[in-house]
Each structure stands twice: as C-alpha cells, then as structure tokens.
Design a protein around this ligand. Structure first.
Ligand code: COA
Length: 259
C-alpha cells in the first residue's frame, strides 16, 4: 500500500507518523484508517530496529479533528462496520509491542481523542484541545472512546465529557490524567521522541510484556494477575534479563538485544 494521508519519517529508529490532511484538520477518512491499519498490521511488524512510534498532526491547528464528517452523509447501515474497523485498528496500536506516543499538537476531537487514547502515552502541546463531540451530531463515540475515557479518567468525568461534548484544554487534560505531559507548543514531537529514547534503553521484551500485562487488566475474561505471573516468568528466561542483572552487579550499562 502507498501512503497518501500518512506522512512517514523514519529517523534514529523512531517512526514519526504525521496525519497529513491539514485542510480537513487531519480528519480520519476511510483511506486514512486503511493506511493506519496497514501500517500497524503489516508494515511496522517487519521493521526490526524500530524503537517506537510517534503520532502527530500536520500543521499547528489539529492533531486529528475526528472521523471525517463529510463521509458520514453516506453512512446508513454501515455504522457498525465502521466502528468495528476503527476499533480493530486502534487495538493494533494499543497492543503494539513497542511504545506508541501521541504528540497532540492541537484539536484531538472525536476519533482524534480516541486515537490519542489508544496510544500508550500522550504528550500534549499547550494548544491541544480534547473532546468527544459526537453527541452534537446525534451519535456516540465508536472507536473505543466510551471505554478508554472511562479507563483513563473515570466514569464520572467520562460521562460528563461524552454527554456535554465540551472541549478541555491541555492543563485540564493533564489534571484529569488524560495526558502524561504538557509541553510548549511545537515541542510535542521532541518530547515524545525523547520518551521513546528513554524506553529504548530498557529491555525490549520487558517493555512488550509491560504493555501486554497492563492491557490484560482491561481484557474481558483475563485474570491480569495471572497474566503478570506468566509474563514475569517469561522475562526471567531471557538473555536480556541475564544481561540486565549482570550489568547491575558489574556496575555498567546493560546492553539489551531483545533476546
Ligand atoms: N471531518 C471533516 N472535515 C472537518 C472535520 C471533520 N471531523 N473537522 C474539521 N473539518 C474541516 C472543516 O469542514 C473545514 O473544511 P472547509 O474549509 O472545507 O469547510 C476545515 O476542516 C476547517 O474547519 P473549521 O470548522 O472551518 O475550523 P474552525 O476553527 O471554525 O473549527 C473545529 C475547528 C475543530 C472546532 C471544528 O472544525 C469542528 O467542530 N470540527 C468537527 C469536530 C467533530 O465533531 N469531530 C468528531 C466527529 S465524529
């Protein structure tokens, strides 16, 4: 697949993915969702040296202003399929074994807020705005928003957020625990990249197991504690663990190989 709406920049083993439909405030149309799905399902798993991924929006106004409302006019009887595809795609991000960080540089509304929430971490610029305005259109969030918002900020605020459609600014998003950091405008991508560099110094298998185990808390029918025991056991059998423990004892930096 060729990428038309995603701009990919690979530097120092970090992939910067820019949603590149600036005139539509980077709204997620069908093509963009297909590209995103292909990227995480087919393309990224083949990039072995990849340390992590940063998602951001083109221009200085929007991260992603939601699903493309102009395509909604033709949605009769297709809504469920659309939500299923969107959720499947965002699960690929949430379950990706390497860190995925949203660098939120402006509006993160509807599907844009849901996209940011599917990432492992969120860095917001001072001008970022978050909201789930779907009820303004007479619909509800469909890309996991009702679930991940409740996970991240709790039921009470999630209900308020989705029922009022109010937008919140970056400091309020930080106060609620929706974002990990607030940084000056223009610094979002740099901070996200430096977080990936830091995580890149750790054992990669351990990082993948952290992601899996924390996700397990929210998986239906999965005992997260049992999952953690199994994952812990797997990490203790790795060469990385032997290297990490030896490096500690020998007072040197560990050199992890992901084995
Ligand atoms: N889908 C499709 N196009 C969108 C869009 C979306 N979600 N959000 C913005 N755009 C387009 C606008 O239609 C406009 O295009 P045009 O110039 O061809 O008319 C362009 O982006 C700029 O948006 P505009 O509304 O003129 O900017 P603004 O500064 O007045 O308002 C927002 C910015 C983000 C508040 C406003 O665009 C908005 O409310 N967007 C919809 C957000 C939303 O409901 N998302 C959830 C969808 S389920």
């Amino acid at each position: 697949m060729t990428y038309e709406n995603l701009l990919l920049t690979y530097e120092n083993n970090i992939l910067l993915v820019t949603f590149n439909r600036e005139k539509a405030l980077n709204a997620l149309n069908t093509r963009t969702m297909q590209e995103l799905n292909y990227l995480f399902a087919e393309d990224l798993p083949t990039r072995k040296d990849l340390k992590g991924i940063v998602l951001t929006g083109a221009g200085d106004r929007a991260f992603v202003a939601g699903a493309d409302i102009k395509e909604f006019l033709d949605l009769d009887n297709k809504g469920q399929n659309m939500a299923q595809y969107g959720q499947d795609t965002f699960f690929l991000i949430e379950r990706f074994p390497k860190p995925v960080i949203a660098a939120v540089n402006g509006f993160a509304l509807g599907g844009g807020c849901e996209l940011a929430m599917a990432c492992h971490l969120r860095v917001a610029g001072e001008k970022a705005r978050f909201g789930q305005p779907e009820v303004n259109l007479g619909i509800i969030p469909g890309y996991g928003g009702t679930q991940r918002l409740t996970q991240l900020i709790g039921k009470s605020k999630a209900l308020e957020f989705c029922m009022t459609a109010d937008m919140i600014d970056a400091p309020e998003a930080y106060r609620l625990g929706l974002v990990n950091y607030v940084v000056p405008a223009g610094e979002e991508v740099n901070r996200a990249k430096s977080l990936i560099e830091k995580i890149g110094t750790k054992g990669p298998i351990a990082i993948a197991k952290v992601i899996e185990s924390i996700n397990a808390y929210f998986e239906d029918g999965v005992d997260g504690f049992a999952y953690e025991i199994k994952a812990f056991g797997e990490t203790t059998n790795t060469a990385d663990f032997r290297e990490g423990a030896s490096a500690f004892v020998e007072k040197r930096a560990a050199e992890f190989k992901g084995e």
